[in-house]
Design a protein. Structure first.
Length: 54
């Protein structure tokens, strides 16, 4: 199983050379990511949608 996963990982790396994990200076701020996720979740709530439709 490990060999298959390693081969697939190598295949993906060869196919997508720009697809590397972000470095520490490129990584998004966890608090900012959490705030964006919370806002996106709140946008879809039923009460919010009904209030906007009024």
């Amino acid at each position: 199983m490990e060999k298959t996963v390693a081969a697939h990982h190598r295949c993906v790396k060869d196919s997508w050379p720009g697809c590397e994990p972000p470095t520490a200076d490129q990584a998004p701020d966890p608090r900012q990511a959490a705030a964006q996720a919370t806002a996106a979740h709140a946008e879809g709530r039923t009460r919010v949608v009904r209030t906007r439709q009024r």
